[in-house]
Design a protein around this ligand. Structure first.
Ligand code: GLY
Length: 296
């Protein structure tokens, strides 16, 4: 633990993507609900890990987001999901890749957090989830009609980063991955240094967007290396400007060790919500251009 400031902060996002006008309110409402779940944990002195998990579970349960229920379908028409949680105090990581048949992949990642392996995939991840009493479901129960009907190519992730009042930072991600992907494909969201990272001595970051591109530029690692020098927002912007070298769009959220938040995206939209002990009311945006919404 680096510092006990008594200050807390939470920032989360609903994915770097295009948000159709008729989905704007659901995106905003979902982020608001997820923020409320996480801030409730932090306001009563709970841990950053608990807050990140609580927020992401809300996003996974809502079909408007590409995570859990409503995930993108792979080339076989299946839902395979990736998720991760990182504890910036211990540098413990729990992550799962190409996992089927669980309602909340982030909670499987949580169950792995103190285990020796940092990442389990496919059948192994499912066996771990089953043996550790995760909420299992029929894999087809996560498929929503609009994903079958829509040709929209999804590649986004939901994520959250929190600083708790004990000075601990956590980051988490969850995604249904890339529409039409090969079975077994994993993007950035389960891989530390790519889709997420947290270290109490620096800050925490979570990313969304084209997973192959984000992994190729090791975006989370670049952002962590630059946060102290550039601040959270500029660090994300500089790292993600390199997406032009590898193709695809992306967005990121971050908190530095002092609790300063930042976010940036080059995707058409990026729904973001944040609150802190200094500013506990919910702030929610659908993209950087949008005016700040003060939202109680
Ligand atoms: N960023 C999510 C994915 O590419 O899997």
């Amino acid at each position: 633990m680096i510092g006990q400031t008594g200050r807390w902060a939470l920032i989360l996002h609903g994915g770097a993507k295009e948000i159709a006008p008729e989905e704007q309110e659901d995106n905003r409402a979902g982020c608001r609900q997820a923020l409320a779940a996480g801030t409730q944990v932090l306001e009563r002195g709970g841990s950053a890990i608990d807050a990140v998990e609580a927020s992401i579970r809300v996003l996974e349960a809502l079909p408007v987001f590409n995570a859990g229920l409503g995930s993108a379908l792979n080339s076989l028409g299946e839902v395979e999901m990736c998720a991760a949680l990182m504890d910036g105090n211990t540098l413990d990581i729990g992550a799962v890749g190409a996992l089927m048949g669980v309602r909340h992949p982030v909670s499987v990642a949580r169950k792995m957090l103190r285990e020796t392996p940092i990442l389990l995939v496919g059948g192994g991840a499912f066996m771990f989830a089953r043996d550790n009493h995760a909420e299992l479901c029929d894999p087809s129960a996560l498929i929503v009609e609009k994903r079958k009907e829509s040709l929209e190519a999804l590649h986004d992730t939901v994520g959250a980063v929190a600083l708790d009042s004990s000075g601990n930072i956590a980051a988490g991600t969850s995604t249904g991955g890339l529409t039409g992907a090969l079975k077994g494909r994993m993007g950035d969201s389960a891989m530390p240094g790519c889709g997420y990272y947290a270290d109490n001595s620096i800050g925490g970051v979570a990313l969304s967007g084209h997973g192959e591109g984000i992994a190729r530029i090791a975006a989370a690692a670049q952002i962590m290396a630059a946060i102290e020098r550039d601040g959270a927002e500029d660090a994300i912007a500089k790292a993600l400007s390199q997406m032009s070298r590898v193709g695809g769009d992306a967005g990121g959220i971050a908190i530095d060790k002092a609790g300063r938040t930042g976010w940036w995206h080059n995707s058409p939209s990026f729904a973001v919500a944040m609150a802190s002990s200094d500013s506990p009311e919910a702030n929610i945006w659908l993209n950087k251009q949008e005016d700040t919404k003060q939202d109680g």
